[in-house]
Design a protein around this ligand. Structure first.
Ligand code: ARG
Ligand code: ZN
Length: 471
């Protein structure tokens, strides 16, 4: 017992010394600024360093009459380092106040970076809550490839928020990079008469007593921020369940209802088919949002409910966006360079669906691209060989033809090498192994070789990384 006495005596002395030290350095915990970007090879400023978001609670009040958004974002995150400040990505809008752990925080803005300086430094490992109050008319952003994202007014009054690749910062502050996935609760408050739709399950629909309705959407599974959506407008809503019990929620612009019905009616069958081909459907809900025609120039695989710019022209498009729920949404890219893992798989899923439903086999699709045979696939004469899918020449090319078609051809080449049994085992193993996670091309090539036991170097060298047109 005695041997402890000198030690005990030393403690107050040590504490006094520590107090003196912290008095000199200005705080009990020393943090440093979190990085302003995650150094994505294509979007280096996207996302932020020093923390990981667990949950976003977005309360968005939107008035379609004047395009005004009043928002509160409560972001629960874990510090990965001691933080004296950290960034959120936000484009446009007015920030009205920021608190961290309930205390007013200082903040400033440069470009799309909102820098938050908490009153007290955050400790490594600390879970902290940041609230950002903001308002304004959210902007439509033009992507480097010329397509529109962010916040987009839809014909007939209303709007849609979409994010791929870096548009979500136009409607909420966040860690806008696919490597930081989080759960979301998005509540949309809109004037009576409007529907408001987002990801996941509709938990409640409440009359707020002032002529408005609050729609509370709950998305518990991890979601990359580019897959968040908010849709406000006049929609016909249909709910149901698939035979295996997955709740469905479909919102369709009235003018598109007749033309959409046949394609959307196949969703339950597609979900069951996907479950067999790719492994269990990764989310608790499913559905679709059909926007007024020409709202966007593309469909997007927004989590649980893809958006379509008007009635989908072909059932393959519905299948493509559904396939992304496994490939892209559950297994998300580590960086924007890995887009072929999204689009190659979603395109190959279309070929597989056709093969299993009386259309051309995947082999015929593959051959059609080699031959430029547009009778089998309209895109067969596209510039699919322009660059290797694993290394697009830049951010303007992450949604270009080689990412989709040559990406799908990579998968078909693997299937040719290993045979159907090992190929589908590989696909299901891939979705299971990275379920609700992130993966990159190197993860895929290593896993494909390990799981199938085949040396696939020839496929990688020629199809995935090779510069020339493969034959
Ligand atoms: N990921 C979407 C799809 O293929 C397409 C998004 C297009 N976006 C763009 N910026 N080009 O399902
Ligand atoms: Zn796609």
């Amino acid at each position: 017992m005695e041997h402890r006495a000198p030690y005990r005596l030393a403690v107050p002395a040590l504490a006094a010394l520590l107090a003196l030290t912290t008095a000199c350095t200005g705080g009990p915990v020393q943090g440093r600024p979190g990085a302003s970007g995650l150094r994505d090879p294509f979007f280096p400023k996207a996302g932020n360093g020093g923390y990981d978001v667990d949950h976003y609670e977005l309360d968005l009040d939107y008035d379609p009459a004047d395009g005004q958004l009043n928002g509160t974002a409560v972001i629960t995150a874990r510090a990965r380092q001691g933080l004296s400040s950290f960034n959120l990505d936000l484009s446009g809008l007015e920030v009205e106040g920021v608190t961290v752990q309930g205390a007013d925080a200082r903040y400033n803005r440069t470009g799309n970076e909102l820098t938050v300086r908490p009153a007290v430094d955050l400790k490594q490992g600390e879970v902290f809550r940041t609230e950002v109050d903001y308002a304004g008319k959210p902007k439509t952003l033009t992507d480097v490839d010329g397509s529109k994202e962010g916040w987009i007014s839809t014909p007939g009054g209303g709007a849609v928020g979409v994010g791929e690749p870096v548009g979500s910062m136009a409607w909420f502050p966040g860690n806008h990079h696919p490597s930081d996935k989080a759960a979301y609760d998005i509540t949309l408050t809109v004037p009576h008469g409007y529907e408001a739709v987002s990801n996941g399950e509709l938990r409640s629909r409440t009359d707020t007593g002032d002529g408005r309705t609050a729609f509370a959407w709950h998305n518990p599974e991890p979601m990359a921020s580019y897959l968040a959506t908010a849709v406000v407008g006049t929609y016909q809503v249909t709910t149901g369940r698939t035979p295996s019990g997955i709740p469905l929620y479909e919102a369709v612009a009235p003018a598109e209802a007749a033309a959409s019905a046949g394609k959307l009616a196949r969703l339950p069958e597609m979900l069951e088919w996907g479950g067999r081909r790719f492994g269990p459907y990764p989310f608790g809900t499913a559905g679709a949002i059909v926007l007024p025609a020409k709202s966007l120039t593309y469909a997007l695989e927004t989590q649980t409910k893809p958006v379509f710019p008007g009635a989908p022209g072909e059932e393959e498009l519905v299948l493509h966006e559904l396939a992304h729920q496994w490939f892209g949404n559950s297994v998300s890219p580590k960086s924007w360079k890995d887009m072929w893992l999204n689009e190659g798989f979603a395109t190959y899923a279309e070929w597989l669906w056709a093969e299993d439903h009386g259309g051309p086999t995947a082999q015929r699709h593959f051959q059609a691209f080699l031959d430029g045979d547009t009778a089998v696939d309209e895109a067969a004469d596209s510039d699919w060989a322009a660059f290797p899918p694993a290394s697009p020449p830049g951010p303007a090319h992450i949604s270009a033809a080689p990412v989709y078609y040559r990406g799908a051809m990579v998968l078909h080449r693997i299937r040719q090498e290993v045979g159907d049994e090992k190929f589908f085992d590989l696909v299901r193993g891939w979705t299971a192994g990275h379920r609700h996670g992130n993966a990159d091309t190197a993860d895929f090539t290593a896993y494909a070789q390990e799981r199938t036991g085949h040396d696939l170097k020839g496929v990688w060298d020629v199809w995935l990384y090779g510069k020339g047109r493969p034959r």
